[in-house]
Write a protein that binds this ligand. Structure first.
Ligand code: NAP
Length: 251
C-alpha cells in the first residue's frame, strides 16, 4: 500500500523528479505548481488503468492566504492521511553585479522563503498532531554564506535554513522529521543561463540523481544534508574563509 505525499514545485526540475520517483513506487502524490498543464500531463501517466495516484493543483506559492485552504483540500482528497511534504518551489532570477531591484528581491523572498513558511506551517500543525511524518524543504548551498552574486537568493535560503532548523527543534520531540536539503549545482531550468562548470568536482548532477539522493537520505532519517555529499566538503571550506578574504574572491 502506497503512502501519501505533497510536492510543491512539481512541474519541473528537482520537484518533478522527486514526485516522479514517488509515483513510480506506487505512492499517491499531490502535485502543486503554477504550470498546471504540465502537471496534468505528468499526472495522466500515473492515473490510468483504474489507478488515481496523482492529484494536481494549480498553486502559486506567493498567494500565502491560499495555503491553508489548499492543504485542507489535499487532506480531504487523501482521506486525512499524509506521510510527507517536500517544498521544492524556488526562483533565482538573474541579478547583475551592480543591480539592486526590490521587485525581483521581494519576489524571491516570497517564493523561496515566505511561501515555504505559509505552506509548511499547516503541515507542521498536522504532523505534530499525528506524531509522525516528514517535512522537507529544498534550500541550497547558497544559504550558507552571503555571496556577492545574488544577495537575496542567499538571504531567502539562509532564512529557510533557520526556519527549518527551528521547526526541527520543535517537532523532533513529537516524532516528526524535518529535513533541510542543500543541493549544489543541479542541471535544471534554474541553471539554464548560469555559468557552471561542465566537468570536474562541481559539475552539475541530473535532477533524477538529486531526487534519488534526496529520497534515500530522507528514508534513512537524515535531517540536513548536501546534494551530492561532496558539496559538504566544499561548503565547509567556504564557510570558514574569513570575511576580509571572502569579499576579495569572485564567488
Ligand atoms: N538547480 C540547482 O542547481 C539548485 C541548487 C540549489 C538549490 N536549488 C533549489 O531547488 C529547488 C528546485 O529548483 P530546480 O532547480 O528544480 O528549478 P526549476 O526546474 O526551475 O523548478 C522550480 C519549481 O518551482 C516552482 N515555482 C516557482 N515559482 C513558483 C510559485 N510562485 N509558486 C509555485 N511554484 C513555483 C516551479 O513551478 P511553476 O513555474 O510551474 O510554478 C517549478 O516547479 C529550488 O528551491 C531551488 O532554489 C536548485
Amino acid at each position: 500500500m502506497g503512502k501519501k505525499y505533497i510536492v510543491i514545485g512539481a512541474s519541473s526540475g528537482i520537484g518533478y523528479a522527486i514526485a516522479e520517483k514517488l509515483l513510480l513506487e506506487g505512492n499517491h502524490v499531490a502535485l502543486l505548481a503554477r504550470r498546471d498543464k504540465i502537471l496534468k500531463s505528468f499526472a495522466d501517466r500515473f492515473n490510468q488503468d483504474g489507478k488515481q495516484l496523482a492529484l494536481t493543483i494549480k498553486y502559486d506559492s506567493n498567494h500565502f492566504d491560499k495555503s491553508g485552504t489548499v492543504f485542507k483540500r489535499i487532506l480531504k482528497e487523501f482521506n486525512q492521511e499524509l506521510d510527507g511534504i517536500i517544498y521544492a518551489s524556488g526562483i533565482m532570477p538573474k541579478i547583475e553585479p551592480d543591480e539592486f531591484d526590490t521587485e525581483k528581491d521581494l519576489n524571491m523572498m516570497n517564493t523561496n522563503l515566505l511561501g515555504a513558511i505559509a505552506f509548511i506551517n499547516p503541515a507542521a500543525s498536522y504532523f505534530q498532531e499525528k506524531g509522525s511524518g516528514f517535512i522537507a524543504g529544498i534550500s541550497s548551498v547558497a544559504g550558507d554564506r552571503g555571496r556577492r552574486g545574488n544577495p537575496v537568493y542567499n538571504t531567502s535560503k539562509g532564512g529557510l535554513n533557520i526556519y527549518l532548523e527551528a521547526l526541527r527543534n520543535r517537532l523532533a520531540v513529537k516524532g516528526v522529521q524535518v529535513v533541510t536539503i542543500k543541493p549544489g549545482f543541479v542541471a535544471t531550468e534554474m541553471l539554464k543561463d548560469a555559468q557552471v562548470p561542465d566537468k570536474g568536482f562541481l559539475k552539475p548532477i541530473s535532477a533524477e540523481n538529486a531526487a534519488d539522493i534526496i529520497l534515500k537520505n530522507i528514508a534513512k532519517g537524515k535531517e540536513e544534508f548536501y546534494v551530492p555529499a561532496r558539496w559538504g566538503l566544499v561548503m565547509m571550506i567556504i564557510r570558514n574563509i574569513p570575511s576580509f578574504i571572502f569579499r576579495k574572491l569572485n564567488i
